[in-house]
Design a protein around this ligand. Sequence first.
Ligand code: SF4
Length: 95
Amino acid sequence: MTTAWPQRAACLGLDELFLPEVAVPSKTRAAKAVCHTCPVEAACLADALTTETAGASAFARGYVRGGMSPSARAHLPRVDRDRLIAAGTTEAARV
Ligand code: SF4
């Protein structure tokens, strides 16, 4: 996966939404809405899914990433996780 895609992130400068000290539902919804307008959403989600356990993210965000909360990412069925990682890796290679 390339490391160029974070430069196109829609959340740059929006730390109040994406790096909250406390998770607040209204901010989580707002962050997800930003993600769904982001041109690198798939790449970001793939990065989150592949690095949360490995700890080597290209884009060190901590809460909502790729339009999903940490809880939603953690509870993805394996088949969906694998499909999203493949799609996001393809997107990241194009950026
Ligand atoms: S998809 Fe990722 S890069 Fe895009 S706005 Fe959301 S957290 Fe930021």
